[in-house]
Write a protein that binds this ligand. Structure first.
Ligand code: DC
Length: 226
């Protein structure tokens, strides 16, 4: 694995619930490995933005599937600036807003949406030489042959604290929203949030970002200077 971590083809799958530190860790790891970075949550968010822009009810699975098929996504994979656009409209800020966040679990539960996104994710992975991919079903469904599969967790309190700091939002409301999305994301029928059986589980409740990235690099590369 050590040689692979430095050169050649490399796929790292990072899964876990919201607020587990996935995004920050994945971007930092991708930069350290000189790899691309794919935020699959941003893909579901960009489709959700397109659904809402068209005035479609996120619960209307048929209309949602059609919108997902028609929207042209631009998917950035630069860990320093992973820009996203939908039908050539930049959506980096919009996809983090409350409207999209409230509707994304419903949109991402539609089987046809998942089929389209998983296909697209596999294309992006195949086109990249080295890539860190974050999401909910990467190790189990999208890239079961990944070189390293990590499942990040953290206590519900720590996750709510992180998300509320990130979005300058009320911590109690954030905790309620995370609990709602966790429930929806882990109970949907098509590829729910799941831990691949061969994933390495890392609880980040008490760990700083640097420490998590360091541990992942050690898993790939053997001991690494801090
Ligand atoms: O990681 P995030 O919060 O940006 O993800 C947004 C939503 O997308 C989340 O509620 C679950 C969904 N998602 C998914 O179903 N599968 C993925 N691989 C990534 C995200």
């Amino acid at each position: 694995m050590a040689e692979k971590a430095r050169t050649g083809r490399l796929v790292v799958a990072v899964d876990g619930p919201s607020g587990s530190g996935k995004s920050t860790v994945s971007r930092r790891l991708a930069t350290a490995l000189d790899a691309s970075y794919l935020d699959t949550g941003a893909m579901y968010r960009a489709v959700t933005w397109a659904v809402l822009r068209c005035g479609i009810d996120p619960q209307d699975a048929g209309a949602v599937a059609k919108a997902a098929e028609e929207v042209e996504l631009t998917i950035g994979v630069d860990p320093a600036a992973p820009h996203f656009a939908a039908d050539d409209v930049p959506v980096d800020q919009e996809i983090r807003g409350p409207e999209v966040t409230a509707a994304v679990s419903a949109v991402s539960a539609v089987p046809e949406v998942r089929r389209l996104m998983v296909n697209r994710q596999r294309e992006v992975i195949a086109a990249a030489e080295r890539i860190v991919v974050e999401g909910r079903d990467i190790g189990a469904v999208v890239a079961p042959d990944a070189d390293l599969k990590v499942y990040l967790t953290a206590s519900a309190e720590a996750r709510a604290q992180r998300r509320s700091a990130e979005y300058a939002a009320d911590v109690v409301a954030t905790a309620a929203d995370l609990a709602r999305r966790d429930r929806l994301d882990s109970t949907r029928t098509t590829s729910p949030l799941q831990q691949a059986p061969d994933a390495i589980v890392l609880d980040t409740t008490e760990l700083g970002i640097d420490e998590v990235v360091h541990r992942l690099r050690e898993l790939l590369d053997g001991p690494v200077a801090p």
